[in-house]
Design a protein around this ligand. Structure first.
Ligand SMILES: [Zn+2]
Ligand SMILES: [Zn+2]
Ligand SMILES: [Zn+2]
Length: 173
């Protein structure tokens, strides 16, 4: 299992994996990538990234602001939005349009448009990036003379844990 599939599996096993490892790995990647690019990962940006990584469920800007303002009384919406802009621009965070929320990227070192499997029950999102999906979109778009600019795919459904939960409920009935 590659790192990405491992990360995708971990995304859907909230209680059953050591999330501290995900966070540590993400923060280490972020520091390395920003240092390599000469991009300034300020304390605030670092903290916002950590907050985004507090779980595998995408979190909205206001959710972030609420958590941030517990630590920084002067935090305002622009504080959070500016930090998010930076994190998205560096590829450390993805914006999930359909949820208007943000999730940490599991492979920020590579340039990619991700595919997201989003659980409609618990809200967890797992990231895949299969180049075949991007190629198929680019090819299909070209056939109708369309230039694809944003290829992020958001797929809604049920994660393994929630599927198991649904099964248990229907057995109990
Ligand atoms: Zn995790
Ligand atoms: Zn990503
Ligand atoms: Zn779920």
């Amino acid at each position: 299992m590659g790192r990405l599939s491992r990360a995708a599996a971990a995304s859907f096993s909230a209680g059953a994996h050591d999330h501290g490892i995900c966070v540590a790995e993400a923060m280490r990647d972020a520091e390395r990538i920003c240092a390599g690019r000469g991009a300034r990962l300020t304390k605030l940006r670092y903290r916002v990234l950590e907050l985004v990584w507090s779980s595998h469920a995408p979190i909205g800007a206001y959710g972030l602001l609420e958590r941030l303002s517990r630590e920084r009384r002067n935090a305002t919406p622009p504080t959070v939005y500016r930090a998010l802009d930076f994190l998205v621009a560096q590829g450390l965070v993805h914006r999930i349009e359909s949820l208007n929320a943000f999730v940490g990227c599991v492979d920020p070192a590579s340039a990619h448009a991700g595919q997201f499997l989003i659980c409609r029950d618990c809200g967890a999102a797992a990231e895949l990036h299969d180049p075949r999906v991007n190629r198929a979109i680019t090819r299909g778009a070209a056939e109708v003379g369309f230039v694809a600019e944003q290829r992020t795919v958001e797929v809604r459904g049920l994660c393994p844990a929630c599927r198991a939960g649904e099964g248990a409920e229907s057995h109990a009935r």
